[in-house]
Ligand binder design. Structure first.
Ligand code: CA
Length: 233
């Protein structure tokens, strides 16, 4: 099967790793495993997986450090699903700030794990083949190519996580239109995705940082939410 996706599972607890592997293999995925962060990063470089399931609590280098390393040193936009020990907002916010695309608190049902993985893979490989269109905002020196998830500032490609990309697409799709945090959550969440309003603020702040000179394109509307400003200044 040339259409088979490879998932890298970075998890140190054997029973949880086995549970994940069992369900992924049964669902038709190719699966690679690592028991710590360093091994996971090596496997990522060597095997080019399509998605990473990353435990937050790992011996040595933890999940946050692995995620930051992937995004910065490796310049990778691979979808990352972070496993958190509990539904703690602090863990979730830290994971999203480190560049994770989604998170799942333990214990989780294998069905939800698979649903999240399928949702992330769909986002990273959009199915529409007619996507050679691009959206340009010359005033912001910003170009978005929806089909390939490409974002360019001053002609230079920038790497966004899928969540950041979806927010940018939502806001830029209707310049001037104000979206509340809840509307953004409703638009970008996948199946059973319990994003908080504070997590949206974290994602927006990460997005602005990456947009650099194009950051003013995203306005904070005090007490309401965010909007894409059609014209700079
Ligand atoms: Ca662990």
């Amino acid at each position: 099967m040339d259409n088979q996706f490879t998932i890298l599972v970075i998890e140190d607890e054997d029973d949880i790793q086995q549970l994940i592997v069992y369900n992924l293999v049964k669902a038709g995925f190719k699966v690679l495993c690592a028991g710590d962060g360093e091994g996971g990063l090596q496997s990522h470089v060597a095997n080019h997986p399509d998605l990473i399931v990353l435990d937050l609590m790992l011996p040595g280098m933890d999940g946050l450090a692995v995620c930051q390393e992937l995004r910065s040193a490796h310049q990778s936009d691979i979808p990352v699903l972070m496993l958190t020990a509990k539904g703690e907002e602090e863990d979730i916010v830290a994971g999203l700030a480190a560049g994770a695309d989604d998170y799942l608190p333990k214990p989780f049902s294998p069905k939800i794990l698979l649903a999240r993985i399928h949702a992330l893979l769909r986002r990273s490989r959009p199915s529409s083949p007619d996507g050679h269109d691009k959206i340009s905002f010359p005033g912001h020196h910003l170009t978005i190519i929806p089909h390939s998830h490409g974002v360019f500032v001053n002609g230079v490609s920038i790497h966004l996580t899928h969540s950041e990309f979806l927010i940018l697409m939502l806001l830029a799709g209707k310049p001037g239109w104000v979206y509340s945090r809840q509307q953004i959550i409703n638009d970008i969440r996948g199946f059973d995705y319990s994003l908080t309003e504070r997590a949206i603020d974290v994602l927006i702040s990460g997005l602005r940082k990456k947009l650099g000179p194009a950051a003013p394109a995203i306005d904070t509307v005090r007490g309401v939410g965010y909007r894409f400003s059609a014209h700079p200044g």
